[in-house]
Ligand binder design. Sequence first.
Ligand code: MN
Length: 445
Amino acid sequence: MEKRMPNELNVTHDPARKSFVESANKPNADFPIQNLPFGVYKRPGTQHRVGVATGDQIVDLLALVDAGLLQGDAQKAALATTNGGLNDLMSLRNPHSSALRSRLSDLLEISSSHREATGRALVPISQAQMQLPAKIGNFTDFMASSFHALRHRPGAVLSKTFQSLPVAYHSRASTVRVQQAIRRPNVQRQIADIVEFGPSHEMDYELELGIFIGVGNQLGAPVPIDDARDYIFGFCLLNDWSIRDVQRWESVPLGPFLAKSTLTTISPWVVTEEAMRPFKIAAFKRDPIESSPLPYLFSQTNESAGGYNIELEAAIRTETMRRASVPFHTLTRTNFRHMYWTVAQMLTHHMSNGCSLLPGDLLGSGTISGPEDESAACLMELNARGARPIPLPNGETRLWLADGDEIRITGRAVANGYASIGFGESQARVEPAVQWQERIEAAAE
Ligand code: MN
């Protein structure tokens, strides 16, 4: 009965599948039946619960267990979410989440014989408050777009290091959130020759993809590149808010430090590695004069199918635009295909010295900038490092983010012959800094 499809695809990827949840069948729905991303939600007065998004609904996993609709590996996977988070499910080998995905696809299918019972496990997304999907033990942020690297510094050339390894730093897991506000931080910076402390003048966004680790590796046990995929649980959108005035000042010779730990926001739905399989494409084609990867970062499979075709956008709405009901204005239109390093290379390099990755660890891809002007994926690139104000359609301009500005990030994986799937969104508004004295008093309360 199971229809075999090429490239490790299965019936859950079949573009002809429709859901009995009508909103999942709309053209360009983020969460069609082919997606089935995991998330953590709560309703007022309830504990955190794990569900899967379909159209404008959440399928509650434990409600399916209680209704007796899950068996075997699918049931084991769902029961791993009993504590209201995804870490235990992530720590199972992917066949469990794959069995759950397969069963969910059948239960939600338009001719499902369990339509009524499954329908009783649905919760409207509009009634849910989305939470952080996992307890994130570690957060590593990469810099994997050559276009970002080149626009990052004046007169830059692609360094031998950048060509040889996916550059990264250990960032701050405790400040990763699913939330819709970012408070302007107070920072130390140098202006002319004066070193001072006060509200940042240079708040920026960075459009990135987040990668959640599933099963981890043991300390001391590196993983070959062609096995790296087994360590990916799934993907989300990630805004690596960046505070450029302190970044420039503090990053000599180390860093970044406080420039990146104000806040990182992610989209709440984790799109699984399995859901992303139809969207694999060839890895980025390097200029022939650039170094090719060393053998531990090279494989034919990675070259031919290590990339992903994901269309991504970042958009702004200022306070003035919001008051005038003006829609968001797109600042960045880019694609994950522009990344110089693939996700498998990032993972393999990260573990190459024996470093242990844990279930629920998060990797940031780095700013996903491409070659075209509109594919610059942060303000620092769009404004030529502070030199060129960015015009907005209502006559306003921006060098950096102003109080009241909102940034919204969206993404969509696309492939000919397959149902495209969305990531939902990550959106947050800049709130004014509190005065330093008020901040100390607030903390003491
Ligand atoms: Mn970044």
